[in-house]
Design a protein around this ligand. Structure first.
Ligand SMILES: Cc1cc2nc3c(=O)[nH]c(=O)nc-3n(C[C@H](O)[C@H](O)[C@H](O)COP(=O)(O)OP(=O)(O)OC[C@H]3O[C@@H](n4cnc5c(N)ncnc54)[C@H](O)[C@@H]3O)c2cc1C
Length: 391
């Protein structure tokens, strides 16, 4: 089967690329080996960053601030159906995030000065943090914060995003048997079907590494950064926000469903290396109590989940400031968005790279399709977590 573009991997990046190519008239297919978003997208907190957290005193990554600056407005246009892809079916969990300075710390004042660098640099941000009077603080922060700010960065439900993106091109998205895949140059053979694309795009997250090996492309262009994420379940008021400690986001809390909190931030970097789950849960509960002392954790359960961020390799193994798309061999593009929020920019970059060679759709008379079924959407981490009473 001849086609213009064959995409491997159906997370946010691959689905956004598929949309970009198909909208421009290319015959493009996407192959997924397990379930859509199974690596990172389904596990993500869904925050559409506009640079706020990268401008904090302890981070100061102004390249990342400019890379993400335009993202909230670009996503809002899609979420409202005013720009392609039309994402009106994706669920917005919150229109904004809070930033809070925790109470009870002798360092709170110092931390607040650290935070002030965000405000000072606010000219750089598309979304300026706004200090809120105590009467407008969310319930979860009352009695636990010394100052609360609102940042207009939306939070989306990742499962609904995957579904909304996939629904637009469902005929062109297939689940295939990775064990049966063989490449002969750019030609992909799976069982008795051969796919002959003009360009291959790899957006398989961590899976890009193995695909590159099978394609015979060396150089190890990818890095993995693990996270130890925390989940709480119980009578929890909704909260979408970052707790700022030492100029960094110590806790990032989102509420993807009623009664569920998903917790990342610095705590997840710290827990990534903790192999004893019991010790990790105890550490997490202590940290949550320190940052939200007024929160009642009785009748609440805790769980952990591990996830790996797959990104383009950097010299110091730190987070790249922006997206990465590179043509690693003729007609073979590998791409990592670094952030879910940057998937639209990644799709633009992949498209621009591919178009240099493709020029225009080849105009294949029919668009034959492989007989494989559509992949399911990956399950959320809390759906198969091991829950333990939080004490
Ligand atoms: C815990 C966590 C929280 C995060 N929170 C945020 C956040 O709040 N905001 C934000 O902007 N970013 C966040 N991120 C980052 C964001 O999730 C990622 O940058 C983004 O989702 C990466 O998307 P992707 O499509 O490249 O990869 P993935 O989502 O990992 O998708 C890769 C896809 O490829 C498939 N695949 C794998 N191997 C193969 C193969 N051989 N063939 C075919 N398919 C294959 C996988 O099954 C999967 O569907 C978070 C990341 C993590 C881990």
């Amino acid at each position: 089967m001849r086609l213009d573009v064959l995409i491997f991997g159906g997370g946010a990046a691959g689905l956004w690329c598929l949309e970009r190519f198909r909208r421009a008239g290319y015959h493009a297919l996407l192959l997924e080996s397990t379930a859509l978003g199974a690596g990172q997208t389904i596990a993500a907190q869904g925050i559409i960053h506009g640079g706020g957290k990268y401008a904090l005193r302890g981070v100061r990554d102004f390249a990342a601030v400019s890379a993400t600056k335009a993202m909230p407005s670009r996503w809002r246009a899609c979420l409202a159906g005013n720009e392609e892809p039309d994402l009106r079916d994706a669920r917005v969990l919150s229109e904004s995030c809070y930033l809070w300075l925790p109470k009870g710390s002798a360092l709170a004042r110092l931390q607040s000065l650290g935070f002030m660098s965000v405000v000072a640099k606010a000219g750089l941000l598309s979304t300026r943090p706004k200090r809120l009077p105590a009467s407008r603080w969310p319930e979860a922060l009352r009695g636990s914060a010394v100052a609360v700010y609102a940042l207009a960065e939306p939070v989306i439900s990742t499962g609904s995003l995957l579904k909304a993106l996939a629904a637009r091109h469902d005929k062109y998205i297939h689940r295939y048997d990775f064990a049966a895949l063989r490449f002969e140059e750019r030609s992909a053979r799976i069982g008795d079907i051969s796919l002959d694309p003009r360009t291959i795009v790899l957006t398989a997250g961590e899976g890009n590494a193995e695909l590159l090996v099978r394609l015979g492309v060396g150089g190890e262009p990818m890095q993995r950064r693990p996270l130890g994420m925390v989940l709480l379940r119980g009578d929890l008021p909704p909260l979408f926000g970052h707790c700022i400690v030492g100029g960094k986001t110590q806790l990032t809390i989102t509420a993807p469903e009623k009664r569920i909190w998903q917790i990342g931030g610095e705590i997840a970097e710290r827990l990534a290396g903790e192999t004893d789950d019991n010790a990790a849960r105890q550490f997490a509960l202590k940290e949550i109590h320190a940052r939200l002392p007024a929160l009642d954790l009785r009748n609440t359960e805790i769980a952990l989940y591990r996830a790996v961020r797959a990104e383009a390799r950097t010299a110091d193994q730190r987070r790249p400031s922006g997206v990465h798309a590179g043509e690693l061999a003729p007609g073979i593009i590998a791409a990592w968005p670094t952030k879910l929020s940057m998937a639209p920019v990644l799709a633009d970059e992949v498209f621009a790279l591919a178009e240099k060679n493709l020029k225009q759709p080849a105009g294949y008379p029919h668009h034959p399709l492989p007989p494989w079924p559509p992949p399911p959407i990956a399950r959320y981490p809390w759906e198969n977590a091991e829950w333990i009473p939080a004490r």
